[in-house]
Design a protein around this ligand. Structure first.
Ligand code: ADP
Length: 161
């Protein structure tokens, strides 16, 4: 069975991420979305909140599972009997960071492969950071995030629906 791991902070998950999950799920038998702690980022939502919002938003994808990942990604990938990391790529600005991460992973374990899926044109501008900013200033989130995320953001920033 081919298992793919989609790691990320997903703080919060956006329609850009969901699009990557839908496409990645067709490349593997089982896709595990691994919600990770990023020690360099202060998160808006807890890991549990982030995972729960993903679970609610991917019910239409049959072969997907949502899990938590802490510590070394490679160790996590291997613990799941996988050797495939799948990441989304938006723009040239993502490239350097992703390139370095992928080479690092490969340096540590030669059998781990990172696969990149090019962003959907519709979502190339979309980032969790942008969404958090937009929500903070009560901008229109329609079409950018799943409804459950929209509601959670409204609640977080104390705005009625
Ligand atoms: P991280 O903190 O690990 O970068 P993110 O939650 O920001 O986690 O992103 C997880 C993955 O999803 C990354 O590979 C990122 O490049 C990708 N991604 C984020 N937004 C989009 C988008 N709009 N289209 C395609 N890929 C995206």
């Amino acid at each position: 069975m081919r298992i793919g791991i989609c790691p990320g902070s997903f703080d919060p998950v956006t329609n850009g991420h969901i699009d990557i999950f839908e496409r990645a799920s067709k490349l593997v038998d089982q896709l595990i979305v691994a919600v990770s702690t990023n020690p360099n980022k202060h998160s808006l939502f807890t890991m549990e909140e982030r995972a729960d919002m993903i679970r609610q938003s991917v019910k239409h994808i049959p072969n997907i599972q949502v899990d938590y990942q802490e510590g070394l990604l490679n160790a996590y990938v291997k613990s799941k009997d996988s050797h495939v990391i799948i990441r989304g790529l938006r723009a040239l600005s993502d490239f350097e960071y992703e390139f370095q991460r992928a080479l690092f992973a490969k340096q540590l374990d030669d059998d781990i492969e990172t696969i990149f899926i090019m962003t959907n044109n519709k979502y190339s501008f979309l980032s969790s950071t942008g969404i958090r900013e937009l929500a903070r200033f009560h901008g229109n989130l329609e079409g950018l995030v799943p409804n459950i995320v929209k509601e959670a953001l409204h609640k977080k920033f104390d705005e009625s629906l």
